[in-house]
Design a protein around this ligand. Structure first.
Ligand code: NAD
Length: 522
């Protein structure tokens, strides 16, 4: 098999079928209304469980739309799910890897058939516009095909060792699964990121208990449902909705949990990691926050820089872990860039993400709006200047805020070092590329980074010196954003990650496996 990315929108455009893309999405928006407003159970083995305590999820662009009612699982249900997954591991670990590969391809195919419906659910659930939602489903499909492809390419990670010490001895390296993995996912990529971690665990022979973000549990429910429909045994992929702290506490304490994969904020991830391995050394996959920088040198093509930075900073309202959060601009072109950038931001179409023209939808919830307000206050207090934006548009019907460009904020202000995760970008002046790289590296995070320069030597300097796991030069579609599986392995350095093996990259699956050396006398 050869791996090929899904890239739906590009395909429609290349085939002159762009209108069809829009029609498909709009039809799906109608069709998924059937899914909205329902009550969704926990999925534990063969059981669909409802508990007394529930929580409602409402759409961030219109609070009158009920996405669904979900179960607030307690310790008992979480324990039950772990128990079921532990039992399932006894057999699942021995299932031939070819079979797991087939199931993964089959899930990809089922997802393809429901692509626009899944995208529409994401739009309702977290407010992504249609291009971003479809791209997210593409990413999930890509994980199913790419990880299957990886397992095939590596022949199930069974590797004969070529050298021999004794004549009658043969030796192998075999990568083996650990057991039950807890999977904890964030709101911003509720389908794709839940997929990468869940599939990473189960395609390698582990079993999983999936706990999505309480802001976006429906996409994960659909994921588990589709995987099960494709043939992954019910006991292998379990679905639990619960408050993060309750779930976190149980997986730390419960030694039947062999490992956990977490994508979310740094502080939650670090605390969980420390508690988890303190209890017993166990494997952990962490994908955490970022404070991503874009550097624009005097040798940049400013049209590219403006477009790329705009998309990087404000795509999905700055709520991508890869969002451009800091922009360092060389003094010679600073004024020109800032003027052009602000002009571009003025043209942002903000509104209902179901509308075709909308670029910027809502932010996720009330806490995000409160954070936005707090950061804007801080900018004012610290004598930073807001060139455009800075206002909450609506926090009643939905959660809409203006994309905001800040300049003149002193470099020692804490906003330069803190992940904001709302559409606010800080722009600063630098004297040289070297100074820009130094500032870019001066944070704890090291997730993504970008440069705009038409000079090859500058680009090389940037790649060689920037401390980040995912780097781009002159990327107009997003200066620091838009990684896809099998193309841009995605993961962070420093406080942005943990394993050093990026999601969607050639080494990702190894994080869910441990090596066994097998030597046999023949
Ligand atoms: P979050 O940390 O608030 O929540 C992430 C998940 O952790 C949710 O499912 C939440 O319910 C759960 N959780 C919360 N407290 C917990 C606890 N004590 N124990 C166990 N689980 C707990 O993050 P979020 O707001 O959903 O997502 C945004 C964050 O995720 C940002 O920091 C962003 O940069 C990061 N992120 C990183 C990547 C990456 O690949 N590096 C990708 C997407 C998002």
């Amino acid at each position: 098999m050869v791996f090929v990315n899904e890239k739906t929108y590009q395909r429609y455009v290349e085939e002159n079928r762009e209108e069809e893309f829009h029609r498909e999405f709009e039809r799906a928006l109608e069709r998924v209304k059937e899914d909205l407003g329902k009550e969704y159970p926990l999925l534990i083995g063969d059981k669909e469980i409802k508990v007394n305590e529930k929580f409602e999820v409402r759409s961030p662009f219109d609070r009158s739309i009920l996405v669904g009612t979900f179960q607030k699982a307690g310790v008992n249900e979480i324990r039950e799910a772990i128990g079921v997954a532990k039992k399932a591991f006894e057999e699942w670990q021995y299932v031939d890897w070819h079979e797991r590969v087939e199931l993964s391809y089959k899930t990809a195919e089922l997802m393809r058939r429901q692509k626009f419906e899944l995208a529409a659910i994401i739009t309702y659930e977290n407010g992504k516009n249609r291009f971003e939602s479809v791209a997210e489903v593409d990413e999930a499909i890509d994980y199913f095909t790419y990880y299957a492809y990886l397992l095939e390419e590596n022949r199930g990670y069974v590797k004969p060792m070529e050298s021999r010490i004794y004549k009658n001895e043969i030796a192998y390296s075999v990568m083996r699964p650990y057991g039950v993995w807890a999977i904890i996912s964030p709101f911003n990529f509720p389908l794709a990121i839940t997929t990468t971690m869940t599939l990473g665990a189960v395609i390698t022979g582990n079993t999983a208990v999936v706990k999505p973000s309480s802001d976006t549990p429906l996409s994960a429910f659909k994921l588990v449902e589709i995987m099960r429909r494709a043939g992954f045994p019910n006991e292998v992929v379990n679905y639990v909705t619960a408050p993060g702290e309750v779930f976190g506490k149980e997986i730390v304490e419960n030694l039947d949990v062999a490992g956990f994969a977490f994508t979310g904020s740094r502080d939650v991830g670090h605390k969980l990691l420390k508690d988890f391995i303190n209890k017993e050394p166990r494997p952990v996959v962490l994908e955490l926050g970022g404070k991503n920088a874009t550097i624009i040198t005097a040798k940049a093509d400013l049209n590219k820089a403006v477009e790329g930075t705009f998309r990087g900073a404000f795509g999905f309202g700055g709520q991508k872990c890869s969002a451009t959060s800091r922009v360092f601009v060389e003094d010679k072109i600073y004024d020109k860039f800032v003027t052009m950038f602000v002009e571009k931001v003025k043209s942002t179409v903000i509104g209902d993400p179901r509308d075709r023209k909308t670029f910027l939808g809502p932010i996720i919830n009330r806490q995000a709006v409160e954070k936005y307000r707090k950061y804007i206050e801080e900018v004012k207090k610290a004598n930073g200047k807001i060139l455009i934006g800075g206002n909450v548009i609506d926090d009643k019907k939905g959660y809409f805020v203006e994309p905001t460009v800040v300049v003149d904020l002193p470099y020692d202000n804490w906003l330069w070092y803190t992940e904001l995760f709302v559409p606010i970008v800080l722009v600063g002046k630098v004297k040289s590329l070297e100074e820009a790289v130094k500032l870019a590296n001066s944070v704890d995070y090291g997730l993504t980074a970008g440069i705009f320069s038409e000079d090859k030597t500058e680009i090389e300097y940037f790649f060689d010196h920037i401390q980040a796991g995912v780097t781009y030069a002159n990327r107009v579609v997003g200066s620091t954003t838009g990684a896809m599986p099998g193309v841009q392995p995605f993961g962070g350095w420093k406080h942005s990650g943990w394993t050093g093996r990026n999601a969607g990259g050639p080494y990702y699956l190894l994080s869910f496996l441990r090596e066994q050396a097998r030597t046999e006398y023949v």
